[in-house]
Design a protein around this ligand. Structure first.
Ligand code: TYD
Length: 131
C-alpha cells in the first residue's frame, strides 16, 4: 500500500466521541509497537529518517503537527489535526514531523519492534538505497 490518509471509525456520542483502530483491518499491518511523542517544544521536529522494513501509522490524538514525507521522487506534506484521521507511511519513506502545536500528542503504530538497524538516518544514504 502507498502513502495514504486513512479515516478511522468515529462513534459520535453526547458523552464524547470514540475512535478505534484494528490492526490489519483499518491499517494494513499487524501492530508490533506503539509509541508517542508529547511535550514537544515549539519549533522542534522529530524523525528525519526512513525505516528499512517498518511501516507506520501516525495519528494526532490531540493538537496538530505536519508530517513531511519524501519517497525519493516526490515530497508530500500532511497536516494531521483530527483524532479519527491517520497517515499510513510505508517502509523506505523519508519522514519528518514538525510544527507541533502546544500539547499535541502524536501516536505512532509500527509494524516492527524498535531496532536501531531499521533506521536510515543519512539522507544521501537513503537516496542511494532506493536507487
Ligand atoms: P528516534 O526514533 O530517533 O526519535 P524521532 O524519530 O522521534 O526523532 O528515537 C529517539 C530515541 O528513543 C532513540 O535513542 C531510540 C529511542 N527509542 C526507543 O528506545 N524505542 C522506540 O520505540 C523509539 C521510537 C525510540
Amino acid at each position: 500500500m502507498s502513502i495514504r490518509l486513512i479515516q478511522l471509525p468515529k462513534i459520535a456520542d453526547q458523552r464524547g466521541n470514540l475512535s478505534f483502530i484494528e490492526a490489519q483491518h483499518h491499517i494494513p499491518f499487524p501492530v508490533e509497537r506503539a509509541y508517542w511523542l508529547y511535550d514537544v517544544p515549539g519549533g522542534a521536529f522529530r524523525g528525519s529518517h526512513a525505516f528499512r522494513e517498518t511501516e507506520e501509522f501516525i495519528v494526532a490524538l490531540s493538537g496538530s503537527f505536519d508530517v513531511l514525507l519524501d519517497d525519493g521522487h516526490q515530497k508530500y506534506t500532511y497536516t494531521l489535526n483530527r483524532s479519527y484521521m491517520g497517515l499510513y507511511v510505508p517502509r523506505m519513506v523519508w519522514r519528518t514531523i514538525s510544527n507541533f502545536s502546544t500539547n499535541s500528542l502524536c501516536l505512532i503504530l509500527a509494524s516492527q519492534p524498535y531496532r536501531e538497524n531499521e533506521y536510515i538516518r543519512d539522507y544521501n544514504q537513503y537516496l542511494e538505497s532506493i536507487r
